[in-house]
Design a protein around this ligand. Structure first.
Ligand code: DC
Length: 234
């Protein structure tokens, strides 16, 4: 029996990973997992504990005193913090900023990578993040590194913020994306880099649907799915 299919989608903030990964999972009947939600849940804990996100020892201590898990309902995986569904609390600007710091702490990453691997156990998944193809699933048979021009990423992120009912300006969003890009690229553990065997897709001038089609074609070319688009039998 072959192993369940794992598709890794990595790339910077605002490149369209969530939309693409979610749509791809739906098309293939795979589970969609957002690894960033685990860093955000850890960051929420840090914010709620009133610990400085820039203090690695304090961050680790607070993360060691909480339980982050995934729970499923309606086929979507929700991140849980101490058995609370925190999906609705982890997208605020404060948590976003804290997550960029929290994800720099190596021991926190170790813990969350273990959780991400566990969540995918036994199931076919599309997992999005920054280090899925390099660290979490280095053997994934299909790795995508999704990029887009920073101005386009800021525009998309702003649309999302507004759709979520948060007010934000394009300048502030562009600044935030720049700051996070820098933190993600500079960090010593798992800096944001494409895996050597990742396929890079620039989505600046592509719709999410077009990106999904490209990925499906790659999966077909590699024999991971049938020409009809169905998953190859295990
Ligand atoms: O994708 P996101 O914006 O929800 O990610 C939140 C933070 O977590 C962001 O600062 C990058 C970090 N992250 C990471 O370091 N590794 C991952 N696999 C996913 C997210």
């Amino acid at each position: 029996m072959s192993k369940p299919l794992i598709i890794a989608i990595d790339g910077p903030a605002g490149a369209g990973k969530s939309t693409v990964a979610r749509a791809l999972a739906q098309r293939l009947g795979l589970t969609y997992i957002d690894s960033g939600a685990t860093y955000r849940a850890a960051a929420l804990k840090v914010v709620e504990s009133r610990v400085s996100p820039a203090d690695p020892a304090a961050v680790l201590d607070s993360v060691n005193h909480c339980r982050i898990t995934f729970a499923t309902d309606d086929g979507e995986w929700h991140v849980m913090l101490d058995d609370r569904d925190v999906a609705g609390l982890i997208r605020t600007p404060e948590v976003t900023r804290a997550a960029a710091w929290v994800s720099r702490v190596p021991e926190v990453r170790q813990k969350l990578v273990a959780l991400q691997r566990e969540a995918a156990q036994g199931a076919g998944v599309v997992m999005e993040g920054r280090d899925i193809g390099t660290v979490v699933f280095p053997d994934a048979p299909l790795k995508i590194f999704l990029e887009a021009h920073p101005a386009e990423r800021a525009r998309r992120r702003l649309d999302q913020e507004q759709a979520d009912g948060r007010s934000a300006s394009l300048t502030a969003t562009a600044d935030e994306i720049r700051r996070r890009d820098q933190l993600d690229a500079e960090r010593k553990v798992s800096p944001l880099l494409p895996a050597a065997d990742a396929v890079r897709i620039d989505s600046t001038h592509l719709t999410a649907g077009e990106v999904v089609e490209r990925i499906l074609n790659l999966a077909k070319e590699r024999g991971l799915i049938e020409k009809s688009g169905a998953l190859n039998a295990e």
